[in-house]
Design a protein around this ligand. Structure first.
Ligand code: GAR
Length: 192
């Protein structure tokens, strides 16, 4: 059975598009049924719309920090599309255990560091500041602890002497676009 995938984004959605392109390929057995953003400005919404994928925006701002209320609307919006799997792809809201428990073992995330190093924000600058010689990205199953949960796969890149956070981020992003589709493909295969 083809798995139904919802992709949650906050920004440009380049990882979302890499997942969408990959799912168009032969033998993936998954299809994108929803791209949802937490702000209407997310560039990925227009890209998904242009691909003919259903889109939704659930803006977190009117909820004034009431995460439970935001997540209740988020959940209500997502379930309408009956996804089997949720992919967080640059979704920059911290989700509570109450939401995550509803998708236990079914929600994946890509994070721009070699987890368990550098959970949270500013991962590339932190790797540079620490003098690391390698950086990278990780795909993991989402659990209640931020950027934690079973690792599915990682990709490494070198940190070069002249790197800034921006140059390192660009090098890591190239790997993200390969890693996430490959990890999702394997996840879908194992879920059958
Ligand atoms: C990606 O680098 C992703 O790994 C990161 O946000 C970027 C989104 O880019 N995610 C996180 O930092 C989550 N903690 P994109 O919108 O072009 O895919």
């Amino acid at each position: 059975m083809t798995k139904r995938v919802a992709i949650l984004i906050s920004g440009g959605g380049s990882n979302m598009m890499s997942l969408v392109h990959a799912m168009e390929g032969d033998g993936f057995n998954a299809s994108p049924v929803l791209v949802l953003a937490n702000n209407a400005d997310a560039g990925g919404i227009a890209k998904a719309h242009a691909k003919g994928i259903a889109t939704e925006v659930v803006d977190h701002r009117p909820f004034n920090g009431d995460r439970a209320a935001f997540e209740a609307v988020l959940q209500g919006t997502i379930v309408k599309y009956q996804p089997d799997i949720i992919c967080l792809a640059g979704f920059m809201r911290v989700l509570t255990a109450g939401f995550i428990d509803q998708w236990q073992g079914k929600m994946l995330n890509i994070h721009p560091s070699l987890l368990p190093k550098y959970t949270g924000l500013h991962t590339h600058q932190r790797a540079i500041d620490a003098g690391d010689t390698k950086a990278g990205c990780s795909v993991h199953v989402v659990t209640a602890k931020l950027d934690d949960g079973p690792l599915l796969d990682q990709a490494e890149v070198p940190v070069l002497p002249d790197d800034t956070a921006a140059t390192l981020a660009a090098r890591v992003l190239v790997e993200e676009h390969k890693l996430y589709p490959a990890a999702l493909r394997a996840f879908v295969k194992n879920a059958r």
